[in-house]
Structures are given as C-alpha cells and as structure tokens.
Design a binder for this molecule. Structure first.
Ligand SMILES: [Zn+2]
Ligand SMILES: [Zn+2]
Length: 192
C-alpha cells in the first residue's frame, strides 16, 4: 500500500492549490496521505481547525499530523500522528525516553545524529524512524538496515512542499519501509 506521511500543506493557500493535493494523491495512486503542519504553541486554534476541516473534505484517505520542533513546549492533542524534528543535536537516551509513539523525522538531517546503540530504546518506546526521501543519503543505509533488523517501524515521508512532490522516492524506499497497516504510530486507523 503506497503512502506518504510527510506532506506539508498550507491551510491558508488558495482553494485551487489545496485541492491539487487531493487530485495529485489520486493521480499518484497514494492509498494514504499524511498531511502535516509545523506546530508552534502560539499557533491560533483556528488554523489547526482549518487544517482538519480541509482534510475532512478530501476524497483521499487523508491523515492529520503535526511536525514538532525540539525543544517541544506543548504537544497538541488529537492528531493522527506526530513527527519529531530535531536539529543540531546528538540524541541520547535521556532525551529519547521522553517520547513515546512518535516518529523521528528525517534522521541525520539538520545536524541531528543518532547512534545505533539507541535502536533498542526506540523499540521500547514505540518510536518510529522516518525514511525521508528528500533527505536520504546512501550513508544512512546501514542505519535503516539495523532499524529494520530490530523491528523498528520505518515510515515513509517525501517532505513534499507541493502536490507534485508527494510520494516521491517511495519505490526506492519500499525495501525498508513498514507497510501502512503495521504502523502502530498512526492512530485512529484499524490495524489488524
Ligand atoms: Zn522537518
Ligand atoms: Zn517537514
């Protein structure tokens, strides 16, 4: 099942632009699309509502996610899934222990590092790692292999900032990524 859990959408774009996301999702045969916004606690409630309202009008299976930037002051409730964006930091056990059932977005991008020794902790806290096709480099192959071997959930995300970029790189990534129906980090959908 083809999915993309990292598609940025601007809820205040024109209606035409917004519906292009729905149209492209169908054209690209995406079974699920996870839309995200960069969250900040100062964000007006209305923006979050508009975001959800837009997705509810889509004919595609659309999920509502938020991308949280570390340090995180507040986690908004009620979203289908949460992406963690770290920058300029070496992740360690103390830090990772604070998160549960979330997705670590684009590992190794933006100066973030994570060592293989933390993989068991990821598993314990049901933390998934993202295979982000915009930030993927061949040097990350070993890391993803190690995650896969240890049964860590690997989600796919293109980091699209426009409709035509959705799903880009999915085929190449398919050897690593966890099938959609096995993703425990995505709530609100039945997993058999
Ligand atoms: Zn990010
Ligand atoms: Zn992003």
């Amino acid at each position: 099942m083809v999915y993309d859990l990292h598609v940025h959408i601007n809820p205040h774009a024109t209606e035409g632009e917004i519906y292009e996301y729905d149209t492209y999702a169908k054209m690209l045969h995406l079974d699920y699309v996870g839309f995200v916004i960069h969250y900040s606690p100062s964000m007006p409630e209305k923006l979050l509502r508009d975001f959800r309202d837009i997705l509810s009008t889509f004919t595609t299976n659309a999920l509502a996610g938020v991308e949280l930037h570390y340090p995180i002051k507040k986690v908004p409730r009620g979203f289908d899934y949460y992406l963690l964006h770290f920058s300029n930091i070496m992740l360690d056990a103390d830090l990772l222990k604070r998160f549960h059932s979330m997705i670590i977005a684009h590992p190794f991008a933006y100066g973030m590092r994570i060592s293989d020794s933390l993989i068991t902790l990821l598993k314990k806290n049901e933390l998934a790692v993202e295979y982000n096709s915009s930030h993927y480099k061949n040097s990350m192959r070993e890391f993803y292999n190690a995650c896969k071997d240890q049964g860590i959930q690997i989600t796919f995300g293109s980091d699209a900032h426009s409709p035509s970029e959705m799903g880009e790189g999915f085929d190449y990534a398919s050897q690593y990524i966890t099938p959609f129906n096995e993703l425990k980090v995505v709530r609100g959908y039945s997993h058999e």
